[in-house]
Write a protein that binds this ligand. Structure first.
Ligand code: GLC
Length: 793
């Protein structure tokens, strides 16, 4: 099989020729293949069956419509039913919930929309779902075409269950006591609000506040019937695949405060032979009935909808346009240019939601890392993210592990790395933009109202970590560092983390440099000295012979060492030692040999090996996962991307090629891999699982922003330094070329890299035809220009 084949014709679908859509032609892939479509406030998740849900502002606390996370059935959500009024035949415009056979089927997941294309009973239908680029309204465009030779009358019924609150809401009999629905026939809309919102927050009182929004479902066509009660719609003991009401000529509408709240709207569409009709539905939400009604009036109209969809598509194209790559592997090019960044922005930053995790919260470390996706295209958004996270830090330097927007409920933990990601992302921002002034951005602390500059937030984070360091100079691991599952190693503040040491060592180098640039020589000197001491301590206590140990437990036992039966070697403790120059060149080479020997699998680099088989309470919940799953010996994609960066750092192009290929979802056999080919998974089962190579937790993973960055900065190798843009490719040996267009410091660089077969130690580069020493592009003296960079490797 040649490289492109699996992409061109997969078992369940294929990419469109330009890679911006994935066309699912068999509706039954091994797991739901979903899309997470969001604008900065509103979003929906939808799978190839049509199942899914919609939220506003927070995908857990602001859920509008009900959905059940049940991957075996994948049949709950918002649906469109079709019924032939003459024959009585019923089907749905997506596979769920009726699962009637289609004469043809395609689900197209695109960047910002999903559409279902079906043919059943002589009716060709297209149902396109998306959210408006800015407004809090989800729009459905429906097109029906009568392919039969007789006139047809089709009942089209849209149906959903209201939540208007926190999801999941499994206690329906309790929760249904509070919502209120009403029908406004003139507007063709069913409205819903909720008089009780069970957010866990002192700010709102317990069970004593309204859901702060009003939602509505409306259609562009005259409504033939509306229903607001679930039993009236489904029938007693009825089921969503065959609601009794579909066969009833008229409905007795039940709206108000005493029902099981749903919205069902029926319209009747008459179609002569060969005739087509377009109609639209809008699911709108805003702070009041009037504001929501206003959205309905504007958007439940056909013309408005076409324009809105064009705007969404143009919005994504423009957003991603300034930074593009081209590589010999088409699927990698598509993923890098479009899907990874769409994943990071739509699902991680805006929606904070995936089909596997309805989160809504900001993870302190998570969305900061995700915000790296803006660095090259809109760095001020990274800066906004820095401000937002800085405002979720306490005066003692500690931070919420996560917090919920809307309720501002936050989780206080003894995790030890979260706070440092502020320093990490701020340094990345400065390297990219040169704007040291970011350090003057002021935000308060959670418990100290006086605004403090980012520089002080970062220093307080550093100082806290310095305080939480063992006598021999290694930072404590607390209730976990980057690895959430190492949740019990250091609860008594004795266990140490060598990985956190590696991470901190890199930050100390960066911040010493930043300090020098700001003329803060004493601070810079302190950080540089601390780095030296730390690096020496790690190398003295953390080197296990062939790799770095992961840490120590509260009782002093080393873990991630050759003496362990399970969890003998951990990936991050090697890759970050290499990336941050904690390891000497010899040790770095040895680390990567050990990675190759123990951790590289055909599914990518494993997070640790071998997997834990027995729960170990002194280590944490990582040991409680089934062997080979997620952090317990699976490929944890987030960390697997760092292995690619480390392989590039030691210039092991063969390893770069293997690891890159191993985690490319588009190159997998779908029956073994299970998950979507167009987005990254959070994890892939490792060899200790009977399903080695099975992926899951798609969309909601920090790997999307990271893999984008690593492909660009380490593989194609164009990365910013403090005063230069360095070209340092480490391309897979099979690549003869790669190119990138990218903005930097106000100018645009078109970089073309070619492997010409000549042997040379370092790349040879020209900038606008003139030799470029060290392949380092200096800061452009006159921004606003387009420059050509040619590189031979
Ligand atoms: C999850 C968490 C992330 C953590 C990772 C590893 O993805 O959201 O913060 O670093 O797991 O445990």
């Amino acid at each position: 099989m040649s490289r492109g084949d699996s992409a061109a014709e997969g078992r369940y679908g294929r990419f469109s020729p330009d890679g911006t859509e994935y066309l699912i032609t068999d509706p039954r892939p091994p797991r739901p293949w979903s899309n997470v479509i969001a604008n900065p406030r509103m979003g929906l998740a939808v799978s190839q069956t049509g199942s899914g849900f919609t939220w506003v502002d927070n995908s857990q606390l602001g859920v509008l419509t009900d959905w059940k996370q049940d991957f075996a059935q994948d049949s709950s959500g918002k649906f469109l039913y079709a019924r032939d009024r003459d024959s009585g035949a019923v089907w749905s415009l997506s596979p769920a919930p009726v699962f009637a056979p289609f004469d043809s089927f395609e689900c197209r997941h695109g960047i910002g929309y999903t559409s279902f294309h079906t043919l059943a009973h002589g009716i060709r239908a297209t149902w396109t779902l998306f959210v408006h680029a800015r407004e809090t309204v989800e729009l459905w465009k429906v097109e029906l075409h009568n392919e039969s030779e007789r006139p047809r009358a089709i009942d089209l019924t849209a149906a959903l269950d209201w939540v208007c609150g926190v999801a999941p809401a499994p206690r329906r009999e309790f929760h249904k006591l509070f919502p209120e629905t009403w029908y406004e026939p003139d507007r063709g809309a069913v409205f819903a609000r909720n008089h009780m919102w069970d957010v866990q927050s002192p700010r709102f009182g317990h069970w004593n506040t309204d859901f702060p929004y009003v939602a509505a479902l409306a259609c562009s066509e005259p409504i033939a019937a509306a229903q607001g009660d679930k039993t009236a719609f489904l029938g007693r003991n009825g089921a969503p695949h065959a609601p009794r009401a579909l066969g009833e000529a008229s409905w007795s509408p039940l709206f108000g405060r005493h029902h099981d709240p749903i919205a069902a709207l029926r319209v009747v569409i008459a179609l002569g032979p060969g005739e087509s009709r377009a109609l639209s539905f809008a699911l709108a939400v805003d702070g009041s009935r009037d504001a929501t009604a206003h959205l309905i009036d504007r958007y439940a109209r056909n013309g408005a909808l076409d324009q809105a969809l064009a705007e969404v598509r143009a919005g994504w194209t423009e957003r991603l346009a300034a930074h593009r790559v081209d590589t010999p592997e088409p699927t990698l090019t598509w993923l890098t240019n479009d899907w990874m960044r769409y994943q990071a922005i739509s699902a991680r930053l805006w929606g904070r939601c995936g089909y596997y995790q309805q989160s809504g919260a900001f993870g302190f470390r998570d969305q900061l890392q995700d915000s790296q996706v803006w660095l090259t295209i809109d760095p001020e958004r990274t800066r906004e993210q820095l401000r937002l996270h800085a405002a979720h830090q306490f005066a003692d330097g500690s931070v919420y592990h996560w917090w919920h927007p809307l309720s501002e409920q936050g989780h206080v933990t003894e995790m030890t790395d979260d706070l440092l990601w502020l320093a990490f992302v701020a340094a990345s921002y400065i390297r990219e933009t040169g704007r040291l002034c970011v350090l003057d951005d002021e935000t308060p602390f959670i418990d100290e109202a006086r605004p403090a500059p980012l520089r002080e937030h970062v220093e307080r984070a550093f100082r806290r970590v310095f305080r939480r360091t063992s006598a021999r100079g290694i930072p404590f691991i607390g209730a976990g560092d980057w690895n959430d599952g190492l949740s019990a190693c250091g609860l008594d503040e004795r266990g140490e983390s060598f990985w956190l040491g590696h991470f901190l060592a890199g930050l100390l180098a960066d911040w010493a440099e930043i300090g020098r640039r700001r003329g803060e020589m004493e601070w810079a000197g302190e950080l540089a000295a601390r780095r030296d001491t730390l690096v020496a301590a790690i190398n003295q206590h953390g080197w296990d012979g062939e790799w770095y140990a992961r840490g120590t437990l509260d009782d002093g036992r080393v873990f991630g060492s050759h003496e362990d039966r399970a969890g003998r070697i951990f990936l991050n403790a090697q890759t970050w030692a290499v990336l941050n120059d904690v390891a000497s060149p010899d040790r770095a080479a040895q680390c990567m040999r050990s990675v190759r020997a123990h951790l590289v699998s055909p599914a990518g680099a494993l997070l640790l090996a071998p997997a834990y088989r027995e729960p170990a309470a002194e280590i944490g919940y990582i040991t409680r996962y089934a062997p080979g799953l997620r952090e317990n010996g699976g490929v944890y994609t987030h960390a697997a991307t760092w292995a690619i960066a480390a392989a590039a750092k030691v210039r092991d192009a063969g390893l770069v090629a293997d690891l890159l290929r191993a985690i490319n979802p588009a190159l997998k056999d779908a029956d073994a891999y299970w998950a979507e080919p167009y987005v990254l998974p959070g994890n892939v089962d490792g060899p200790d699982s009977p399903y080695h190579g099975r992926a899951g937790w798609t969309w909601y993973t920090g790997s999307a922003a990271w893999l984008h960055r690593i492909v660009c900065e380490r593989v194609i190798g164009v990365r910013p330094e403090w005063d230069a843009l360095l070209i340092d490719p480490c391309m897979p040996p099979g690549w003869r070329r790669a190119s990138m267009t990218r903005p930097w410091r106000g100018s645009t660089y078109r970089v073309a890299i070619e492997r010409d077969g000549a042997r040379r130690d370092a790349p040879e580069a020209t900038l606008d035809g003139k030799p470029l020493p060290g392949a380092r592009i200096p800061v452009p003296p006159t921004p606003g220009q387009v420059h050509d960079v040619r590189v031979r490797v």
